[in-house]
Design a protein around this ligand. Structure first.
Ligand code: ZN
Length: 242
């Protein structure tokens, strides 16, 4: 089976469309989404409608839960809380119901999926050695997928040895001979210095994974954010990928 994995779309419709064009060209069997469909960005309903339609599996992220009122917005940055409040005012009932139906973790044959981490599927950032090792120690599947940090990562554990790093465009990893923790990076608000939208291709039969980046019309998303009076800093950071 071949799967395309996306995460942290954050209501960035143009980034999602660019990624889906690239994914369609690759024609995988399934699309999985690791959560944070909304928050930060200007097009929450359109993004949810696409994911509802196309993803075979989808998790809920902390921003989705903040919009739903299931996490306290005081735990978010001010800009994130402002957009979560705005999102509540525009979110259609059927899209709210879809977010309500999602869980923050999932298990499939050969993989465990978490929005944030196995220890805390909603909030913990897996971004250093300690959190990566803990994530692999409390799971059993050969492959662990996480999102949340907006940084594409590939980390392996073999014979007690942890190794890995950020995973730039084109990084390919063999899924055999080690356990892997992979973060596809973010579709809608990358923070690893590459402003292009991220996605991850998994080929279970061939035993490999490949990280991809796709350019999209950042200015168009920024203009939509300005039209809706969303915080300027959130629009600016899209251009820097940070
Ligand atoms: Zn996120």
């Amino acid at each position: 089976m071949r799967v395309a994995v996306v995460s942290d779309i954050h209501a960035n419709l143009h980034a999602l469309e660019a990624v889906l064009d690239a994914i369609d060209a690759d024609s995988p069997d399934e699309l999985w989404c690791l959560g944070d469909l909304v928050g930060y960005g200007p097009r929450p309903n359109e993004v949810i409608e696409i994911v509802r339609e196309q993803a075979r599996l989808c998790l809920v992220g902390n921003h989705d839960l903040g919009v739903l009122g299931r996490l306290d917005l005081e735990d978010f940055t001010l800009d994130a809380a402002v957009v979560a409040q705005w999102t509540r005012t525009v979110l259609l009932d059927e899209n709210r119901a879809y977010l309500e139906s999602l869980a923050s973790e999932a298990r499939v044959e050969g993989a465990e999926l978490y929005h944030a981490s196995p220890r805390d599927p909603v909030w913990e950032y897996v971004i250093d050695e300690e959190t990566a090792l803990a994530a692999l120690e409390v799971t059993v599947a050969p492959l662990v997928l996480v999102g949340h940090s907006h940084v594409a990562l590939s980390i392996s554990l073999a014979n007690g040895e942890l190794s890995g790093a950020v995973a730039p465009d084109g990084t390919e990893v063999p899924l055999t001979e080690a356990r892997w923790l992979l973060n596809p990076g973010s579709v809608g608000q990358p923070r690893d210095g590459d402003s292009r939208a991220a996605w991850l291709e998994l080929d279970f039969a061939a035993g490999k994974a490949r990280f991809h980046r796709v350019a999209y019309d950042i200015a168009r998303t920024q203009a939509e954010m300005a039209e809706r009076d969303l915080p300027e800093g959130l629009a600016e950071r899209l251009a820097h990928g940070s």
